[in-house]
Design a protein around this ligand. Structure first.
Ligand code: SF4
Length: 181
């Protein structure tokens, strides 16, 4: 039932909303946020024990002054700590979760196809995130909006706590981790 509702939201409601959004351009982003939140709620209303998880990141999370090429292999990161990539690598290693940077929708789809995860934690802006969640349905995805203190597509950030919460949820450890604290 939950997946049926997600399908309805992502495959029927979302295209309709984007059609409406085309006439009211200022509203488009808020409609995308609405769909992302609704999707997250529906996913988190369920129970998961995902054997394999994938974290997908936008390229703009890498600080613009860094010339290390991480798009093909995130392990090239020198972990200098100037951007969130080093912390995200540490989380992925600790949790045994795959971590990739996607420079666009086509590459994101290829990464998902190749890594065949049970669940995805996606970080992106409203447009890419909502589109990606729709594209990868019926895979369960928790979408996390990036933070853009310097404007779109430049030195963006992500709330690590939200990433860790999503991993905890998909690992089926919810409640256990809270009890440990
Ligand atoms: S942590 Fe440092 S080396 Fe790694 S991507 Fe960010 S700036 Fe580049």
């Amino acid at each position: 039932m939950r997946n049926f509702l997600r399908g309805l939201v992502l495959k029927v409601l979302y295209p309709l909303m984007m059609l409406v959004g085309a006439f009211f351009r200022g509203r488009r982003e808020s409609l995308q946020v609405f769909v992302i939140r609704l999707n997250n709620r529906l996913v988190m209303a369920g129970k998961y024990r995902a054997g394999s998880m994938l974290i997908l990141l936008p390229h703009c999370i890498q600080v613009s002054e860094c010339d290390v090429r991480i798009t093909h292999n995130i392990a090239n990161c020198k972990r200098c700590g100037r951007c969130g990539i080093s912390d995200l690598i540490a989380i992925s290693e600790r949790e045994g979760v795959k971590l990739f940077v996607a420079t666009g929708g086509t590459i994101a789809r290829r990464i998902v196809k190749d890594s065949r995860p049970d669940a995805i934690i996606a970080v992106a802006c409203e447009r890419d995130l909502s589109g990606g969640i729709v594209d990868t349905f019926p895979l369960p995805v928790i979408g996390i909006l990036n933070e853009r203190p310097f404007g779109p597509c430049l030195d963006t950030k992500v709330d690590m706590k939200k990433v860790e919460e999503a991993i905890t949820f998909f690992a089926g450890r919810q409640g256990q981790d809270e009890r440990k604290e």
